[in-house]
Design a protein around this ligand. Structure first.
Ligand SMILES: [Zn+2]
Length: 217
């Protein structure tokens, strides 16, 4: 239970959290998709925003069912200590959403669009891509997919360095930010499930579905 003083500090900084009734509505919406939640009693935004996040995760789970299957399924956690990150996936199946950003969709969209304009995120995506991106990490974690290996299968004969260099133009700057390629799968999921028609992402997600279906990886 939260102490009164920390509750007051929270309200002063972020506003009044959602009502018990709203929280219960949101929780049962999540449960209907098998998504567990944590920290959302402190949520100060519109629960419709989080319902969209749930819908987006559920859509991906139709292709990769393990992400919402049993104990290892996705847990959505609201976190007010993520700094400037929109969201992060720290552990295998726990997606942390930044409570500060998700409190105000318009502001979040403005920030995200700035990232798209700077080519940091995939062209044609919007804030909805944030959860799709994180879900890509969970798919990699739970299915033991090595994001760089999938990219190498598509860009056969090219070095890792060359693949990353090309992806800065073909996908997003963020997809090439880590040498091990960990952001390739998440940026491909962001692009594919946001229906941007990005050619690399189309091929990449198709191959992920194939390897998962065949249980090769
Ligand atoms: Zn990421």
């Amino acid at each position: 239970m939260e102490s009164m003083s920390s509750y007051k500090a929270h309200v002063e900084k972020y506003g009044t959290p959602i009502s018990d009734a709203q929280f219960k509505t949101l929780r049962s919406y999540a449960e209907s998709e098998n998504i567990r939640m944590s920290g959302f009693k402190d949520f100060v935004g519109d629960i419709e925003t989080i319902k969209l996040v749930i819908d987006d995760i559920a859509e991906i789970a139709r292709d990769f069912p393990k992400i919402l299957d049993g104990k290892e399924g996705i847990i959505l956690e609201l976190d007010y200590n993520l700094g400037s990150d929109f969201a992060t996936t720290m552990f295998g199946h726990i997606i942390h959403l930044n409570g500060g950003y998700f409190a105000d969709v318009d502001e979040m969209q403005e920030e995200y669009a700035d990232g798209v304009a700077k080519r940091r995120f995939v062209k044609g995506t919007d804030w909805r891509a944030i959860a799709r991106h994180e879900t890509g990490h969970v798919v990699a974690n739970l299915y033991h997919i090595n994001p760089m290996e999938i990219a190498r299968a598509i860009r056969a004969g090219k070095s890792r360095a060359r693949i990353l260099e090309d992806l800065e133009d073909d996908l997003s700057l963020y997809s090439a930010e880590y040498e091990d390629g960990r952001e390739i799968i998440s940026e491909c999921f962001s692009a594919f499930y946001s229906k941007t028609g990005n050619p690399f992402a189309e091929e990449y997600v198709a191959l992920c579905k194939e390897v998962v279906g065949n249980e090769v990886i």
